[in-house]
Design a protein around this ligand. Structure first.
Ligand SMILES: C/C=C/C(=O)SCCNC(=O)CCNC(=O)[C@H](O)C(C)(C)COP(=O)(O)OP(=O)(O)OC[C@H]1O[C@@H](n2cnc3c(N)ncnc32)[C@H](O)[C@@H]1OP(=O)(O)O
Ligand SMILES: NC(=O)C1=CN([C@@H]2O[C@H](COP(=O)(O)OP(=O)(O)OC[C@H]3O[C@@H](n4cnc5c(N)ncnc54)[C@H](OP(=O)(O)O)[C@@H]3O)[C@@H](O)[C@H]2O)C=CC1
Length: 445
């Protein structure tokens, strides 16, 4: 592994040099174990501690198949899907690996007693399998997390609709929180040249998801002048949704839970901010009953901020706790676009406010290759910036996942895999200098 890292860091190693280096037999990877899926039985979600279930193991390098690439991972990031995997909710992910393993001789590789997790990476291509022409060893890349087979016609208008659509590192094995990852070559995209490895690895999953959810024709199709209510506006998804709203001429109404987070949103350029903790909204009176008076108080606050307007789009992901309020505060004909249910997936809302006011709920999930490519292009052009706050070592991934699980973080949390330190991998210093304040906006807050 040291030779590989030396070659990546040397200025003059060629593609042929990298291709000629032998692969190691094993590599270090963050895993959860199949024989531990019951370890948190009986505990409340909040009390399930990723530091106990996440391991750093030596694992064998997987066989490389057609259309695939092995990538030396310089850095990765923590996504909430890795939190779900590590607390075995809503299901242990081993069921996904078993199902995938039944598809073919080749996919059987994924069905293992350990799951290498992680759905983001920035790194360097080491090997490509048969049929891969667009990428070669030595290419500096980021990977999006859509894994598809595309044997059915269903996915050929929008690859997210492929019946064999999976999220890499969540529903497949050999994910990005490791020194080497196995991806399909159609997950690869050019690494933005002005970013370090850990900055480049941070946006991928959430940036692509927010792009489809808010901007794409497959999502809410946000337009200039729209009022967009963004839950968790300084979090993973929300920090990109806020940037897309601002860059697209819309007005974000950012919901956060502290003054510190409100300040981050102001630094991004947002002006309309609701501190849900300070204003103490209680949308649920008890576990079973919502309080429409609280929806109304929340809606009034939005109208105060906007000068009397309601929101055209709600960017939803907290789920059960907020969904009733989200449906209520959306304007007539507006859109609630949801990609998650962090606080619970059985949502309740008053349907009269949906049908009588001709509102629409849209379900959105990750992004197709084109959407991920467009979202990555915006990063590469310096129009949208990474929101990396803190960086951990691979050994500390359990703590990094704990921070995200307990909402102790801001924006995105990075993980160094092969990169020996932060700040490496920048190719375009001039462009970096132009955007350095925006790139560092979330650092150490
Ligand atoms: C990019 C990052 C993203 C995120 O972070 S997202 C957040 C993390 N992700 C999650 O929390 C999602 C985790 N996944 C799940 O919870 C489950 O994954 C699902 C609930 C999404 C699906 O459940 P399941 O049981 O895996 O699949 P089924 O599609 O319900 O299939 C089970 C059986 O039910 C049959 N079935 C499906 N639809 C119907 C129907 N309409 N009528 C009759 N049967 C149906 C199927 O065929 C199959 O059957 P057979 O077991 O025999 O194969
Ligand atoms: N379907 C898909 O493709 C994707 C789904 N997801 C899912 O989206 C969810 C969010 O992911 P991500 O943004 O990365 O996570 P983060 O934890 O980084 O950010 C979420 C933010 O939401 C806010 N929040 C959390 N709980 C509540 C609540 N009960 N009420 C109101 N606000 C809340 C918090 O902000 P604050 O405290 O400041 O209000 C938090 O910072 C996860 O469940 C994840 O699995 C993520 C990416 C892709």
């Amino acid at each position: 592994m040291k030779d590989i890292l030396d070659a990546i860091q040397s200025k003059d190693a060629t593609s042929a040099d990298l291709a000629a280096l032998p692969l190691p037999e094993s590599y270090r990877a963050i895993t959860v174990h199949k024989d531990e899926t019951e370890m948190f039985a009986g505990l409340a979600t909040r009390d399930k501690d990723p530091r106990k279930s996440i391991h750093l193991d030596d694992v064998p390098v997987p066989e490389l198949g057609p259309g695939e690439a092995l990538v030396a991972v310089m850095a990765s990031s923590v996504n909430y899907n890795s939190v779900w995997t590590s607390i075995f909710e809503p299901l242990p992910t081993f069921g996904f690996l078993e199902r995938y393993g039944k598809l073919s001789e080749l996919t059987r590789r994924h069905d293992l007693p350990y799951h290498i997790i992680g759905s983001d990476l920035a790194g360097v291509v080491l090997r490509t399998g048969p049929g891969v022409n667009a990428w070669k060893p030595g290419d500096e890349v980021v990977a999006h997390c859509l894994s598809v087979e595309l044997e059915s016609s269903d996915g050929h208008n929008d690859t997210m609709l492929d019946p064999e659509q999976r999220i890499w590192g969540f529903e497949t094995n050999f994910g990005g929180l490791a020194e080497i990852a196995l991806v399909k070559s159609n997950q690869l995209m050019p690494k933005p040249a002005h970013l370090s490895w850990e900055e480049a690895a941070a946006p991928g999953l959430v940036n692509s998801t927010a792009y489809r959810q808010l901007v794409s024709r497959n999502g809410a199709q946000m337009k200039q002048g729209d009022n967009v209510l963004i839950w968790g506006a300084s979090g993973g998804l929300g920090s990109y949704a806020t940037q897309f709203a601002l860059a697209g001429g819309a007005t974000p109404i950012c919901v956060v839970s502290s003054e510190q987070k409100a300040e981050i949103c102001r630094k991004m350029g947002a002006e309309l901010i609701i501190d849900r903790s300070a204003e103490d909204y209680k949308f649920w009176k008890d576990e079973h009953t919502q309080d429409p008076k609280e929806w109304k108080r929340f809606g009034k606050r939005i109208r105060e901020l906007t000068g009397g307007e309601d929101v055209d789009i709600v960017f939803e992901h907290p789920g059960r706790e907020t969904f009733g309020a989200s449906v209520y505060v959306t304007r007539k004909g507006g859109t609630i676009v949801t990609c998650a249910s962090t606080s619970g997936y059985n949502h309740e809302y008053d349907n009269r406010y949906l049908w009588m006011s001709l509102k629409r709920i849209i379900g959105s999930h990750f992004a197709n290759y084109r959407e991920a490519w467009e979202a990555n292009r915006l990063i590469a052009k310096g129009k949208i910036h990474p929101t990396l706050s803190k960086v951990y070592s691979l050994e500390e991934t359990g703590q990094a996942a704990y921070d995200v699980h307990r909402n102790l973080h801001q924006g995105k949390v990075g993980v160094l895999c092969l990169a020996p330190e932060e700040g490496l991998g920048v190719r375009d210093e001039e462009m970096r200098a132009q955007h350095i304040d925006a790139i560092n906006r979330f650092r150490n807050v």
